[in-house]
Design a protein around this ligand. Structure first.
Ligand code: ATP
Ligand code: MG
Length: 218
């Protein structure tokens, strides 16, 4: 589970989020929707340890992560996926995956890779430089990298922005697959309709506050 309790957060002295309460459960997709600038990305960043927390708490699994730096949150299995910034452009896809799983020896790396390629269909691209991939495939590689390091908590920030409808559908299918594996997923989307179709629960942010929290269908 990922939880925020009375979370106040922002940047420097600038407060963006006010008393945000959120609970995202394993095996569920929790959508965070709201207009431009309402604080969706800031909420994900506060959970990931990138935005500043002024007050309240963040829990990841059963751990209080409020004061943990970002790298320690990653060690708890948290993956923060921004659309373009997760993949090293100058490395091949395989090198990116190797990097993500640097703690594994060669044999465990091969086993893990096989397992991940069952989930994320990027096998034909393994030897291609990441910079040659389209945004959609790069997003897939980023998910594969997170799975290589056994991430269980996924924060997706606008994963389908700027993608063609076909790619957007593929990414949403992959996110549903992660959900069905029992992972905890928070999905920030400006296009509420697209997000709500695959989400179990939804939070509507307006000016940094939760305006609605409940089933995604309503
Ligand atoms: P969008 O739908 O456009 O992605 P959002 O809901 O994700 O919007 P945020 O990116 O969280 O909104 O931005 C919320 C507010 O925080 C905005 O007023 C924005 O200008 C401000 N903001 C975002 N990042 C920073 C930063 N690094 N430093 C200062 N202010 C920031
Ligand atoms: Mg945003």
């Amino acid at each position: 589970m990922i939880a925020a309790k009375s979370l106040n957060a922002g940047y420097g002295k600038l407060q963006i989020l006010y008393e945000v309460d959120l609970e995202a459960r394993p095996g569920e997709i929790t959508a965070v929707v709201g207009p431009n600038g309402s604080g969706k990305s800031t909420l994900l960043k506060a959970i990931a340890g990138i935005a500043k927390i002024f007050g309240g708490r963040v829990y990841i699994g059963d751990r209080d992560a409020t004061k943990m730096p970002a790298h320690e949150r990653a060690r708890l299995g948290l993956a923060y996926l921004q659309q373009t910034k997760n993949v090293f452009q100058n490395l091949t896809v395989l090198e990116n995956l190797r990097m993500a799983a640097y703690t594994l020896d060669a044999e465990r790396f091969r086993d893990k890779l096989e397992e991940v390629l069952e989930i994320v269909p990027i096998k034909p691209y393994l030897n291609r430089p990441a910079r040659e991939l389209s945004g959609g495939w790069r997003q897939m590689v980023a998910v594969a990298m997170a799975l290589m390091r056994d991430a269980r908590y996924f924060l997706f920030d606008e994963p389908t922005a700027q993608l063609s409808p076909k790619f957007a559908a593929d990414i949403l299918t992959l996110i549903q697959k992660l959900r069905d594996m029992g992972h905890t997923i928070i999905l920030a989307e400006q296009n509420a309709k697209k997000a709500l179709e695959i989400s179990d629960k939804a939070y509507l942010l307006v000016s940094g506050r939760v305006n609605y929290a409940g089933p995604a269908g309503d």
